[in-house]
Design a binder for this molecule. Structure first.
Ligand code: OOG
Ligand code: MG
Length: 261
């Protein structure tokens, strides 16, 4: 029997895999016609299903904005996806590994917006003016695809492997920061596993913010005041195991900590 793929069945399959913590093969293997436009329709349909079960949009995330991430995943174009309140993990609350499929963690620079940003035509400088605060962040990604093996439309449909976000409590005003030079050291169980500076993300994290504003404008979406924006992993992501203690330590943004259990 061949499965009848369409926007609705793809969204259902992805949300069901997430709920049941089961990996899938690539959708594009069975549905090669899944192009980027349709993939974003699937992503929006997965969001609709999250909202229907009571979640709220808290912001957006960018994916594959750094060379480290692009090279690891074998995909060179950035993408955007949705963040909801159900993805938020408070700092200090352990991540339950059995609530996810095969989580990995990556450090990110995070913006909280004070004003709306409505593309197109937004530059990094203009985008930065809408930022209220900058934070240290850890994102736990959890692809619904086996071994994180996907093509661009697959990962777009899968809400860019969204899992959990942990945002550092220190809130830093953007004025006076040079985010291209902002250093980040990722420690796992006391060992340094990756280092980067903010320039890893599109040359400057505000470029990623502008990219989000401009590409979302094409889908009729403006970034809203109060939204949180995860600008993309600065480094390759790290597999998580029970007991892992992860710290992303930044130069001016403080540190953010997460423990897996
Ligand atoms: C795709 C999600 C990428 C990032 O920050 O680059 C992402 C993946 O690597 O599974 O969240
Ligand atoms: Mg990420």
């Amino acid at each position: 029997m061949t499965y009848k793929w369409n926007v609705s069945s793809a969204a259902h399959t992805l949300i069901d895999a997430e709920n049941r913590r089961q990996e899938l093969g690539k959708i594009t293997d069975e549905w090669p016609e899944l192009d980027l436009d349709v993939a974003y329709q699937v992503q929006d349909e997965t969001l609709a299903r999250r909202l229907m079960r009571g979640e709220h949009v808290t912001g957006v995330k960018l994916g594959l904005t750094s060379r480290a991430k692009q090279e690891r995943m074998g995909i060179s174009s950035p993408l955007t996806a949705w963040l909801t309140d159900a993805m938020t993990l408070a700092e200090g609350v352990p991540l339950q590994l059995d609530s996810l499929i095969h989580p990995r963690v990556e450090p990110e620079i995070v913006f909280v917006l004070g004003e709306a940003i409505e593309g197109p035509g937004i530059t990094a400088a203009v985008a930065l003016q809408a930022v209220r605060s900058v934070h240290a962040g850890l994102e736990v990604i959890d692809s619904r695809y086996r071994d994180f093996d996907f093509r661009l439309p697959d990962v777009v449909a899968d809400n860019a492997s969204s899992g959990r976000i942990v945002t550092g409590g220190l809130s830093v005003a953007p004025a006076g920061l040079d985010l291209a030079l902002e250093p980040c050291v990722l420690h796992v169980n006391g060992e340094v596993v990756h280092t980067a500076t903010g320039a890893a993300v599109q040359g400057h994290p505000a470029e990623a913010l502008a990219l989000a504003a401009n590409t979302l404008a094409a889908r009729g979406v403006a970034l809203q005041p109060g939204w949180i924006v995860y600008t993309g992993g600065l480094t390759d992501a790290v597999h998580l195991q029970a007991g892992d203690h992860v710290v992303a330590e930044f130069g001016h943004l403080g540190s953010v900590v997460m423990t897996a259990s």
